[in-house]
Design a protein around this ligand. Sequence first.
Ligand SMILES: Nc1ncnc2c1ncn2[C@@H]1O[C@H](COP(=O)(O)OP(=O)(O)OP(=O)(O)O)[C@@H](O)[C@H]1O
Ligand SMILES: [Mg+2]
Length: 354
Amino acid sequence: MKAPDGLDGVPVLEARGLTKLFKVRSERGAGYRRGRVLYAVDGVNLALRPGRSVALVGESGSGKSTVARLLAHLYPITAGEVRLNGRPTRPRFARARRAYARNVQLIFQDPFASLNPTHRIRYQLTRVLRLHGYARGRDQTAQVLEDLLARVQLTPANQYLEKFPHELSGGQLQRVAIARALAARPLVLLADEPVSMLDVSIRLGVLNLLAALKVQERLAILYITHDIASARYFAEETLVMFLGQLVEGGPSEELTQRPAHPYTQLLISSAPDPSKRGVRTEGRPPRAGGRPSPEGCRFAGRCPHTMPVCRDTTPVVSDLGGGHWVRCWLHEPASAETVGASATRPDQQEVARP
Ligand SMILES: Nc1ncnc2c1ncn2[C@@H]1O[C@H](COP(=O)(O)OP(=O)(O)OP(=O)(O)O)[C@@H](O)[C@H]1O
Ligand SMILES: [Mg+2]
């Protein structure tokens, strides 16, 4: 099966069976309770391609940031693997980590927190150039800084380079954070809610900038968001995450027009829509905790369509065609072969449980 436009091509960064368990404290705060673990990310597969973006959507606590941190190797991986240009990665030492970070850069939600308040922008950008061996002579470095700021539409550069972070607006700071990521000349940007802390009026400008960089610089982007409407606007492909698991994925347009999983339908119905009055807030956010149960659908407790099978047996992935797939018993299960041909392959393989 040919993947729909935009979802094919060789992935630059790939997660296979990505899993992260956290030990969780007992409620009384008496240290870690034995055997009590939180499956923050459970068997996630995704693929990022040059010049394309994938949106990872889900409510608070669903595990989105943990996926980004695992992809950036900021946390040790419990099971599964991350492949860069087809090769498994597990950078252990500082040098390997630096080389990896050159290719895979993170952009955080809060630009104020991600920049050092005690240094001018010039210093912060130059430091990244030095770290990766890109700072040459003084004139050449000045030119690189000017180009970097031009790429994030902060011109004239001198107006920003001598400023401290507190002298810039949130939108300008997020552009500086993007410039700092670009200074490493990455292949991949992991953008963890990059606009959610910005004023609504400037969000679109920053998203448009990321979209332009994606095309012009052939960046592969993971766009993490609560907002499924912005996922449709920004990303070719959308993945929906619930309690650590991907439950639906596919081309963004198709997925948002014809959401198959009741959870995706809930996200869409509760997304702000200018044509509706107010915001519907049906359902509760996912609760942190261990696996609700080793078997059964994790959404069964909130789903309006729950059937007996949903409580007993973990749903398999169904291929809905055109790269759209869903993990839900309401849909016919697909054979492993057809699912294997979809764009971002949902987690079919069992990963070793620690
Ligand atoms: N370092 C950690 N130690 C223990 N538990 C953690 C840790 N980091 C995250 N968690 C837990 O893992 C789950 C997923 O967290 P994560 O931050 O990835 O969610 P998220 O989808 O990014 O949420 P949000 O939308 O609020 O940013 C949560 O239940 C969280 O409490
Ligand atoms: Mg998060």
